[in-house]
Write a protein that binds this ligand. Structure first.
Ligand code: TXA
Ligand code: MG
Length: 334
């Protein structure tokens, strides 16, 4: 077993109490956690990720009743979201309480909060009796990890076995990061789509979800080039599949090309085209998405052609991540 790995929740608690970092599974993706009260420990998250200091981190709570320690002026219309969606894949950006330091918010007056749904991680949070700050456990700009081994692959060289751990709690259920809603105005503002659908938020709040304004907040997940593998990501509509595949095969005459889509999509036969993902539903598409991106890099594929699912439910999140992955290849050395 890798020296960073553990399945013991008490060991994870001890490491967090001692100011170390623990990569924790959530129902969305693995997060790189530090005790939220320790500026020094949270500071190390930024070093390990290679992330700019002015980007805020999400504070993860064991239970919704801790919200008043972290947020103030929680609007009444937000309460049904808290009641019905937590624990779950929803982050709420709220006005921060006085104790919330700049080291958590990147200097902003708001704080991102969520109660994660993974049982092992909730056990750790309860025993720790404190919140943890946790961005996704990947190097900055890269693909989020959905399994403990992905965290080792991403951060193994940057974490310290003498003081950090990766808690192995299996493969993440959802597979893409939480829905982020800014609730500081009168309407829910969508900062990042995820598994909690906008229709669900509208149903629970009775208010229409509005789109994020550009540059309104600093959210790295909103940068155009993000969630990027080394392989080039090319998007195709179901009607364009043959044409796009032909173009990509032509553009890379020696490369291996991956193909990922819902199972309803048929691919043209070619020995250089490998179907690495074929999913019955958008839920499975989301669950497997980041694993497929990693598999393409492991198999040294030159490009991956994706047919994104329809933009309903979690399909919207999958499309969002694919668009960002298609916008820029991340620097493999970063
Ligand atoms: O599913 C998730 O949300 C995962 C798991 C680990 O909880 N976390 C995650 O964290 O994706 P991260 O840091 O990779 O992405 C969180 C996003 C970032 O884009 C960050 O800028 C934004 O949330 N965010 C956090 N606090 C914010 C705030 N106060 N205002 C605006 N955006 C905020
Ligand atoms: Mg992230």
């Amino acid at each position: 077993m890798h020296p960073l790995l553990t399945t013991d929740p008490d060991e994870a608690v001890r490491v967090l109490q001692a100011g170390g970092l623990v990569a924790l599974p959530t129902e969305t993706v693995y997060g790189l956690a530090a005790c939220a009260h320790s500026a020094a420990a949270v500071g190390r998250i930024y070093q390990v990720k290679g992330r700019p200091l002015d980007h805020p981190v999400i504070v993860h709570l064991a239970d919704a009743d801790q919200i008043d320690q972290w947020a103030r002026d929680v609007p009444r219309w937000v309460l049904p979201l808290i009641d019905r969606c937590w624990p779950g894949p929803l982050t709420l950006v709220m006005a921060r309480a006085d104790q919330v330091g700049d080291y958590l918010t990147g200097g902003q007056e708001t704080v991102g909060l969520r109660v994660p749904g993974h049982q092992g991680t909730r056990t750790i949070l309860r025993r720790l009796d404190a919140a943890v700050a946790a961005p996704s456990a990947n190097r900055y700009g890269h693909v989020s990890p959905t399994a403990a081994q992905h965290v080792i692959d991403e951060l193994g060289d940057f974490l310290d076995p003498a003081r950090d751990r990766v808690f192995d709690g299996g493969v993440c259920d959802v597979g893409v990061e939480s829905t982020i809603i800014d609730v500081t105005g009168d309407q829910p503002r969508l900062l990042r789509p995820g598994a909690v659908a906008t229709t669900t938020i509208e149903g629970l709040t009775g208010r229409p979800v509005v789109a994020a304004r550009e540059n309104h907040v600093r959210a790295p997940g909103m940068l155009a080039a993000h969630y990027a593998p080394r392989a080039r990501v090319v998007l195709a509509s179901p009607q364009e599949v043959s044409q796009v595949v032909e173009q990509v095969l032509h553009e890379y005459p020696d490369g291996l090309i991956g193909a990922v889509a819902l199972s309803a999509v048929t691919w043209p036969p070619d020995e250089r085209l490998r179907v690495i993902g074929s999913y019955p539903t958008d839920i499975e598409f989301a669950h497997e998405l980041y694993g497929a991106l990693r598999a393409a890099d492991e198999q040294q594929m030159t490009a991956i052609v994706f047919v994104p699912p329809p933009d309903e439910g979690v399909g919207l999140a999958v499309r969002d991540r694919l668009q960002r992955a298609a916008t820029g290849r991340s620097d493999p050395t970063s």
